[in-house]
Design a protein around this ligand. Structure first.
Ligand code: N01
Length: 494
């Protein structure tokens, strides 16, 4: 597909968020004037990019999928990356979204033109204007690689877990893995044994519980295929259990020590060495950082050909990694499993609002939005997976579908009332964020005694939604235009 000179809605990013939104817009109006620009060469977002060994979803798939596109093709209760990627491609094809995607096209600059009430956009494949701009670029799309002294001089191979180098054979190599988060726990058990030695650098131990994963039997698959209600019930049950878990993190944190007993039992069962167990025992409340699900991570660290270093990677000296105690180890490959930049999204530097300042300037390292979706000073801009929409316990797809409904409502209203632009008022945005921050105060994410990527550089939790996800859905059920400054393009008769 080619870019036209003007489009009503331009969406940036064709991952779960972009596909979900455009599927919704096309369902409401098959002729909707909407285009997605995608910097990659295919749809799929994080599930296209993250191809590391063992990559899988850590939320049950019956919930981590679109409500409007149930699938019976999942092999396991926690789906693997190739099948989630295939699912997203299939949904994009079947809903017509794929026909609206311009691939290998990066948004370079977006400037709001108040006189013409349009976004003036520069992309790597040409310029255009759009009435509405939607940033659906995901919070976990830009890999973060720490600035380790000496890294430039390292002769071996270096890559990030999100850009796995499949050309590079790790067999017989000495490998250093930096980071012990959700990605590392999935790929380290896969590479250990094939390599000569893996040295894992841990900055903070994480709470780990078993992943209750299993293959779907043929009978279950047949039932789910033939009886749609069975699938809905399954999804509903998983949703309810996850909300109960979420309420332990947000409302009844006093129950969390019980959950720690489960994690400690898991650790005792998997690790024989008491000294290693001590290194792997967190000193913060469970849930403060994302709880990791794994049946083989802890026991992999107990292998003779795997070493856990619990002091940070200090520097790199030639081909040796140097830890905080000054010990050096020669390695052939360094794999960074150091996460992403959720509170500093690169797209925030590319979008310039009413006052000539970028979103990044406005946020100054601490993102804030109204309902995680619109931002004062940025008319006709919508964010998906924006500030305070992330979850520590359930499926982001549920949140994204809530946002898609809200944005679709706004676009429909603009058309129906001949509105040129909507801008959320500063006062509404500030009031909303005060309430969100207040609700976050007693949660384990704020009080659990850890530092996590949920907290931004100001120490403010600008990532997580503080309470039940159905409350988010209810808040975004319809577009509340009364809270927006409206500029009309023509007199309205109602
Ligand atoms: O990244 P992380 P990830 N020096 O941020 C360490 C999602 N996800 O790629 O804990 C040394 O979890 C850091 O240490 P510390 C999920 O939401 C979803 O694993 O900050 N170490 C940590 O151990 C997840 O949360 C699925 O002290 C450094 C690790 O690197 C998010 O993606 C699957 C460091 C980073 O862990 C990111 O996961 C996989 C430094 N300078 C991932 N900087 C699903 O299934 C960071 N670290 C949906």
């Amino acid at each position: 597909m080619k870019l036209s000179e003007h489009v009503e809605t331009l969406v940036v990013g064709a991952g779960f968020a972009g596909i979900g939104l455009v599927a919704r817009l096309l369902r409401d109006d098959p002729a909707a004037d909407v285009v997605i620009v995608e910097r990659g060469s295919d749809v799929g977002g994080t599930w296209r990019d993250n191809t590391y060994p063992g990559c899988a979803c850590d939320v049950p798939t019956s919930l981590y999928s679109f409500s409007f596109a149930p699938s019976t093709a999942w092999s396991h209760t926690f789906a693997r990356q190739p099948e989630i990627y295939a699912y997203l491609r299939k949904v994009a094809d079947e809903t017509g979204v794929a026909d609206r995607v311009v691939t290998d096209c990066e948004l370079v600059e977006a400037r709001w033109d108040e006189a013409e009430t349009v976004w003036r956009l520069k992309t790597s494949r040409g310029s255009l204007t759009a009435t509405v701009l939607v940033a659906a670029t995901g919070a976990l799309s830009t890999p973060s690689i720490p600035n380790i002294p000496g890294l430039d001089g390292f002769d071996g191979t270096v890559f990030h877990s999100a850009t796995w180098n499949h050309e590079h054979d790790l067999s017989g190599e000495r490998v250093a893995v930096i980071g012990t988060g959700a990605s590392a726990v999935q790929f380290v058990p896969e590479i250990a044994g094939a390599t000569e030695h893996v040295t894992v650098f841990q900055r903070t131990p994480a709470w780990v519980i078993p992943r209750l994963d299993r293959a779907f039997s043929n009978l279950e698959k047949a039932v789910l295929r033939r009886i749609p209600l069975a699938q809905k019930l399954r999804r509903g049950a998983v949703y309810t259990l996850r909300e109960m878990l979420g309420s332990m993190f947000s409302h009844v944190t006093s129950l969390l020590p019980l959950f720690e007993v489960l994690a400690k039992t898991h650790l005792r069962r998997q690790v024989r060495d008491p000294q290693l167990r001590r290194k792997l025992t967190p000193d913060f409340r469970i849930g403060c950082k994302r709880v990791l699900l794994s049946n083989d991570w802890l026991k992999t660290l107990d292998r003779d050909d795997v070493t856990l270093v619990d002091s940070r990677l200090e520097s790199i000296d030639g081909n040796s990694v140097v830890d905080g105690d000054g010990n050096t180890r020669e390695v052939d490959t360094i794999i960074f499993a150091t996460g992403f930049t959720p509170t500093e999204p690169p797209i925030s530097h590319a979008i310039t609002g009413l006052d000539g300042r970028t979103l990044a300037d406005h946020w100054d390292g601490s993102p804030a939005a109204y309902k995680g979706t619109s931002v004062a000073g940025f008319p006709n801009l919508f964010l998906m997976y924006g500030p305070n929409t992330n979850l520590g316990h359930s499926s982001i797809v549920y949140m994204l579908e809530s946002q898609a409904a809200y944005i679709a409502g706004a676009i429909e209203l603009m058309r129906r009332r001949d509105v040129a632009s909507f801008e959320i008022t500063r006062i509404m945005q500030d009031r909303y964020n005060e309430k969100i921050q207040h609700a976050l105060q007693p949660t384990v994410w704020n009080t659990g005694g850890c530092s996590s990527w949920y907290l931004d550089s100001h120490g403010r939790n600008s990532s997580l939604w503080p309470t039940f996800t159905f409350e988010f859905r209810s808040k975004l059920a319809s577009f509340d235009s009364d809270h927006y400054v409206t500029r009309r393009s023509a007199p309205v008769s109602e």
